[in-house]
Design a protein around this ligand. Structure first.
Ligand code: FAD
Ligand code: SF4
Length: 340
């Protein structure tokens, strides 16, 4: 590994100061020269691969007490950014009243990783595009802006069919983010100019012409937590993940669905898709098809067709259209059977 400076501040203010201090330095491979270290399961991995090259790492371990709580009230759930994936997945209130959150975390990674990794780090994990992770491929706009995109005409079976650009088609790989998108969560961010709360849906950016810019965060911004509002759709919610093997694998396609129903009719549906898009992907098109309808298989299929109407496949990933549609149909029909 390359040498880097290391800091382990004990307060949030000190952490933000430490992380903002080098913000004036030139970006390193299109990224801020400082990275926070939470569980390290993305960061250390990519530093060993020489993909992420921070000049400084600011370890959040000593301020964990401030942001490692889960609180549930009649208004919703507050999840601290330093909460471990396993702790949120197994929290009894979340399992019972927000199953889509619990399932999206339980179906991710492995038990060891879930015990180590945090929710804040999880939503900021980087793509698994093999050309991004292997520096022997020189053309990767996300890793090295302006260098090109090997995946466009390379092996692109895993890649995105929604939200891509001529500069990058890398898939957003995480699972938990889809549940946050479906439930209209917000994210709290502390930075050098204070604390702000933004819709979680505004956190990630489609690649456009700058695939290296993945989020709306400024250098030094610290995610402190997530707020998930309560609503009549949270109990009837689920996460369905389809992958090449049953465990310890990223999604080829996934669907997070949350539905408010009156009898067999949908009052409101919230749908997010994973494995198929460059960012956690809300499908308003599918939601519009479902609103006010009786949730039959035919209606679910119409919603699924709408969700992928604008898909842009490449040579190896066109199968994700049919697979994504059937994933969504199954998720909707399963959710309809749940108690609201
Ligand atoms: C083999 C393997 C399989 C995996 N499978 C899955 C899977 O199936 N599904 C899935 O969803 N994930 C999967 N993951 C990804 C894993 O869930 C993430 O690596 C993990 O959640 C990252 O959390 P962390 O705390 O370790 O983050 P870190 O590695 O510490 O940090 C990741 C990034 O987030 C930044 N960061 C961390 N915390 C904050 C914060 N509070 N504020 C601002 N920036 C912050 C860091 O600077 C860094 O850039 C897998 C990982 C591995 C290694
Ligand atoms: S898809 Fe994105 S991450 Fe993958 S090679 Fe192309 S630019 Fe790089």
């Amino acid at each position: 590994m390359r040498a880097f400076a290391y800091d382990r501040p004990s307060s949030e203010v000190a952490a933000i100061r430490a992380a903002s201090m080098l913000a004036h330095l030139p970006e390193i491979q299109g990224r801020a020269p400082v990275e926070y270290l939470a569980g390290g399961t993305t960061l250390v991995d990519l530093m060993k691969l020489d993909v992420m090259r921070p000049a400084k790492v600011v370890d959040l371990g000593a301020l964990a007490g401030a942001h490692d709580a889960i609180s549930v009230s009649s208004d919703g759930v507050r999840l601290g950014a330093m909460v471990k994936m396993a702790a949120a997945a197994d929290h009894p209130e979340i399992v019972k009243n927000y199953p889509v959150i619990s399932q999206s975390l339980r179906l991710a990674a492995s038990a060891q990783l879930r015990n180590m990794a945090t929710l804040g780090g999880n939503v900021l994990q980087r793509t698994r595009c093999p050309y991004f992770r292997d520096t022997s491929w020189t053309a990767c706009n996300k890793r090295d802006p302006g260098s090109g995109c090997t995946a466009l005409d390379g092996l692109n079976r895993q890649h995105a069919i929604l939200g891509g650009s001529p500069d990058c088609i890398a898939t957003y790989p995480g699972d938990f983010a889809q549940s946050l998108i479906a439930l209209d969560a917000t994210v709290t961010v502390a930075g050098s100019s204070g604390v702000r709360t933004i819709p979680f849906a505004a956190l990630h950016r489609v690649p456009g012409a700058t695939p290296n810019v993945e989020t709306a965060l400024a250098p030094g911004d610290l995610i402190t937590g997530f707020n998930v509002p309560a609503g009549p759709w949270t109990r009837r919610s689920l996460y369905l993940k389809i992958r090449d093997r049953q465990s310890y694998e990223f999604a080829l396609t996934s669907a997070a669905v949350a539905i408010d129903m009156v009898g067999p009719k949908v009052r409101e549906a919230r749908i997010a898709l994973g494995g198929v898009a460059t960012i956690p992907w809300r499908s308003r098109e599918a939601e519009d098809v479902l609103a006010g309808k009786t949730l039959t298989e035919a209606v679910a299929e119409a919603a699924a067709r709408a969700a992928f109407a604008h898909a842009r496949p490449r040579v190896h990933n066109a199968f994700k259209i049919a697979l994504g549609q059937s994933t969504l149909v199954r998720a909707l029909l399963q959710a309809a059977e749940l108690e609201g």
